[in-house]
Each structure stands twice: as C-alpha cells, then as structure tokens.
Design a protein around this ligand. Structure first.
Ligand code: ATP
Ligand code: MG
Ligand code: MG
Length: 560
C-alpha cells in the first residue's frame, strides 16, 4: 500500500475501465519464456495486475506461452517469475500453454471432424500467395477422415506428416487477412529461420527438432498462438484478455474460435505497445548485446529490461504509475525516457537521504586549509534530508583541513566569499596552481580558506561541498553514469543494430564520501548533494578495492 501512495504521488491518476465485469474479472499475462522481461512487458503485466487486483477483486494468471521450443528456456521462465516479483506482481496462478497440449489436440480433432479445420500440404510460399490473392487451398475441401489421419501422422512426426500443417477453415476470401484459414498446428521452426529484419543475420540451416524445455520431444507439432490463445484463455476461465493493438486484426479470428468451439465469450481489450527513444525492446536484439559483451548481462543498467531499469534506480511505484497512465491510449507512441524519470524523481526526492561526495579523479580533490577552523576535529548532527526529519540525522565532521572538489576549486578567485555547505561562509585567501603557466589555468593543488561565519549564506553564489580531511573515515566510491545504447532515436526496419550502437555508454569517476555511506545497504537510493540521485549497486566494502558502487539515476532534466 506504501507503493500505491508513492504511485499516486508520482502521478498515478489513471482512469481505465473494463466492460462486462459483473461476473468477475480474470486476466492473464502471457509471456513467452524466450528472454528476460523488458519495460514493454512491464506495461502488459501492470495493466493485467491492475484490473485483476486493484480495480477489481479478481484473479491474475501468469501463463507461459511456451509453444516455440527453439526459443524457450527454463532460465527465462525463472527470470520472468523473479522479475514479476520485483515488480510487486503476485499471480494467483502460474500456468503453461504446454499444460494444455493434450486438450488442444482433442479440440483440434473435433474441429477437423466438424469440418472446421483441415490438413494442408501446400508449400508455405504458395500458401502465402494464395492468402494474398484470397484463393482457397486445393486441400480445403478434403474429407475430414483424411485430415484426421494426416493429423495423426503429424503427431507421429512421419515424413508424410512433416509436409503438413492444420489450418482453420474460416473464410479464404475474407477482407481480413487473419480470417483466411490461419494455421493452427505446425512443426516448430528453428529460431533462426525468420530473421527479424533485413539487417539481421541470414537464416541458419534448419536444425533437428529442439526439445521443449518442459515436454522434451514428446510433441512433434505445436499449436500456434492464434489457436492456443483463445482456447487456453477459455479453458482457464479468463474473462478479459488484454492484447497489444497489433493483434486487433485478429480479434475477429479470436472470437471465431470461441464461437466455433462453443466456448464462453471473452472480452478483448486492446492497448498500445510501448516504445522508448534510443531503445530496442526486441528480445532477440537484447540477447545480441548480451551475447556480444556490449553490456554486462540482462541486468545491465543500460538494458531496458525490468532488471536493468530497476538496477538503474527506477522505482516500481513510478514505473507502475507511468504504465497505468498510458493505459487506455491506443496510439503506439515512442515515449521519451525523461517523463518516466521525472516521475521517478517525485517518488525518490522526498525520502532519499543526503550524503556528500568529493570527486577524487580528474586532478584530484583539493586539500584546503581552513583558517579559523577547529583546533581539533569535532562532530555535529545535521539532518539527512532538508525537508524530511523522518530520514534521520547525519554526523558532520568539522576540521581545519577539508577536501573540496577540483571542479569547484578551479573556479575560485582570491578574495571571493563562498559557502561551505552545512558550515558557513569562507573567503578564498590563496590558490596554489600547478601547470597552466601560472595564469588562470592548471590544476589546483592547494587552497587556503578563511572562515567567515558571520557572512550571509544566502548571498553567496557558490555553495561548495566539502569533507573533513581528518577526524573521520571517508568512504571510497565509484560514481557511474550511463547513456543510451543507441545513437538513433528508433531503429528503422532495415537498420542493423550493430551500426547504431553508441560507444562509451558507461562512465565512472572516483570519489570519497562522508562516513555515513559505510552503512548504506546495496539497493538503497540516496542523493549525493549537488550531484543527484544514485542507486547503491554495491555497498561500501563490496565493490572494487572496497569502494561503494553508485549508479546515477536520471531525473528527466537535461544533464548538465
Ligand atoms: P518481444 O518482441 O520482446 O519478444 P513479445 O510480444 O514477443 O515481445 P511476449 O513474451 O509474447 O513477447 O509478450 C508477453 C506480453 O507482453 C504480451 O501480451 C505482449 O503483447 C506484451 N508486450 C510485449 N512487448 C510489449 C510492449 N513493447 N508494450 C506493451 N506490451 C508488450
Ligand atoms: Mg509474443
Ligand atoms: Mg516478439
């Protein structure tokens, strides 16, 4: 419920409805276990969960749509369960299309016997031409007994069987292509048979049948999505089937199956597929960047996978609110990431504890002598969050030598009044530079600041982060920033992914942070003052050389 509150804060003001709900609501999310869940799947999962569990007191089925053995693996199945859990989605049931293979055979037999399906050995290319020309297959009127016998041969995987598929006998000359006798049973294709687009690798040799990850080599043939989806929806008691709009042409086909099979009607609800700029969501392409080592894995923070975006620091509350807000729209738009990250910032800002970091790379941090500072370091409490006392307090160490950031020090001018944050004002008395020919340039290697605590902190232009150089244990950290993997807003149909991959999409700078960071746990979201929000990927002590590993969280604002 906490996440609901955060979601509403993030802009969760959605108003999406379903029709015909008086007899209950059962929805389903039907992923194919052929990859990790990505942000597009998250939309489908959240919408189904919303109707089943938030808008109504219904049920959510997660059904593995496992009818393509060449693409599917147990690893993906397990990752999907895990990722739904990460999204806070609790299915009432987890099922498999493969659980229904026997019943689907029986339904298919009944369809053939009733004259509603037939075995066809027309060459697939010719089948395609006939469909386009709205012509019947020469096998369309073959006797049911003949088709039934061939169906048995198909199930047995005989040579004769292998030449055939089973097609629904709907309407060969329909104006709707989806009604022109779609295939309902077929031998599986090898994964590489159908390249995703022109730029992809050419098809490989068709392989031996791949064992199905659950049913092994028990089945020679598999039902198609067009057939299995309405049939299993009905068998499982689904009341409302949500589908992305690219299936809209198949809605008539879906209803035809239900009517023809005498099955209970199901309400279809179309929603738009979501896309993001500079992002590719195809599982096959995502697998390619993983396999090529361009990213560190499916959970790399640059990946648009559920794991990737959560690891980057997106909160589930913001993601859910964002997706439900898209809910009823049917326009397949390419979203900008900035809107989502801005919603995330609203969730994070009020609760993220504040820490201080000083970068140590790029010329190094500068040791500044603080004239008027304490003879011995001392510690005082300050709030961890300027506006939220519940976040607690931090211990700030004050000392007469402090570290300031090189980027700040190079901009100082002798005589200038600055503010040391959480302390007060100081006047820059001396700047020691190395290189740059003694002029304005060069690296700053030393500073002398004179405390001027009576100065007005509201009047200074420069608010400077600093850390006591003595009297407290600073914590090393790596600050990572990430960029989009693509150099192009959206890949065209003929674009080869590899031609549009950006270089240098992960950058790291080293820093030291205040001692409080030592106890921050992995997966926390914090703010480094003046630097932004970070997700703790590895706690202090756990990263390279014991450093904490922090990932910068985008905020939707232009990064400066
Ligand atoms: P991919 O192309 O990434 O393999 P898919 O649609 O083939 O996607 P499925 O596992 O079949 O992958 O998808 C499960 C569910 O998620 C389906 O209901 C599908 O419509 C939905 N879905 C997939 N991609 C998106 C997207 N970009 N936006 C919204 N819903 C999506
Ligand atoms: Mg699919
Ligand atoms: Mg796909």
């Amino acid at each position: 419920k906490e996440s609901r509150a955060a979601a509403s804060k993030a802009g969760g003001n959605y108003n999406i409805g379903l029709k015909n709900t008086e007899n209950g609501v059962v929805t389903r999310f039907p992923p194919e276990p052929s990859g990790y869940l990505h942000i597009g799947h998250a939309k489908a999962a959240f919408l189904n969960d919303y109707f089943a569990h938030e808008a109504f007191d219904g049920k959510l089925i997660v059904r593995f749509d496992d009818t393509n053995p060449a693409k599917e693996k147990l690893e993906f199945e397990e990752s999907i369960i895990h990722d739904l859990h990460l999204l806070g989605i609790k299915p009432d049931r987890v099922t498999y299309t493969s659980d229904y293979f026997q019943q689907l055979y029986e339904i298919c037999e009944r369809m053939i016997a009733d004259g509603n399906a037939y075995a066809d050995d027309t060459d697939p290319a010719v089948q395609k031409e006939e469909r386009l020309a709205r012509l019947p297959s020469k096998r369309r009127d073959r006797p049911a007994e003949e088709s039934l016998a061939i169906f048995q041969e198909m199930r047995a995987g005989t040579e004769l069987g292998k030449k055939h598929c089973i097609r629904a006998r709907i309407e060969f000359d329909s104006l709707n292509g989806a009604m022109r006798d779609p295939v309902i049973y077929r031998f599986p294709k090898s994964d590489s048979e159908a390249p995703e687009n022109e730029g992809d690798a050419p098809p490989k040799q068709a392989a031996e049948p791949t064992p199905h990850h659950r049913t092994g080599l028990t089945h020679a043939i598999y039902p198609t999505y067009d057939f299995a989806c309405p049939a299993v929806d009905s068998l499982e008691g689904v009341t409302h089937a949500l589908r992305t709009t690219e299936y809209a042409d198949r809605n008539a086909q879906y209803h035809w199956f239900l009517t023809t099979l005498g099955l209970r009607p199901i309400q279809l609800w179309d929603f738009a597929r979501i896309n993001f700029v500079r992002t590719f969501l195809s599982k096959r392409k995502l697998a390619r960047v993983v396999d090529a080592g361009i990213v560190t894995g499916w959970d790399d923070p640059r990946m648009p996978t559920v794991r990737g975006i959560l690891r980057r620091g997106l909160t589930v509350a913001a993601l859910r609110a964002f997706m439900l807000r898209q809910g009823p729209s049917r326009n397949a738009v390419t979203m900008d990431w900035t809107v989502l990250w801005a919603m995330n910032k609203k969730v994070v800002d009020g609760v993220a504890p504040r820490y201080t970091a000083v970068e140590t790379g790029l010329g190094g941090a500068v040791v500044a002598v603080v004239v008027g500072g304490p003879g011995k370091p001392f510690v005082e409490e300050r709030p961890r969050h300027p506006k939220n006392a519940a976040v607690g307090v931090r211990l700030v160490t004050f000392a007469s030598t402090v570290l300031v950031e090189q980027a700040d020090a190079v901009g100082f001018v002798v005589g200038e009044e600055i503010t040391l944050m959480h302390w007060g004002n100081a006047i820059v008395r001396e700047i020691v530079r190395d290189g740059g020919g003694g002029g304005g340039g060069g690296v700053v290697t030393g500073l002398r600041l004179e405390l001027h605590l009576q100065g007005d902190v509201r009047k200074t232009e420069k608010k400077v982060t600093w850390l006591a150089a003595e009297g407290s244990e600073l914590v090393g950290a790596e600050l990572w920033t990430f960029d989009h993997l693509l150099t192009k807003d959206s890949l065209g149909k003929d674009d080869r992914l590899e031609d549009f991959l950006a270089a240098d999409t992960a950058k790291m700078t080293e820093a030291v942070c205040d001692a409080g960071l030592a106890t921050v746990e992995a997966d926390s979201i914090i703010q480094l003052e003046r630097k932004g929000y970070f997700r703790v990927d590895k706690a202090a002590g756990e990263g390279p050389q014991g450093r904490a590993v922090l990932f910068k969280i985008p905020t939707g604002a232009k990064e400066g």
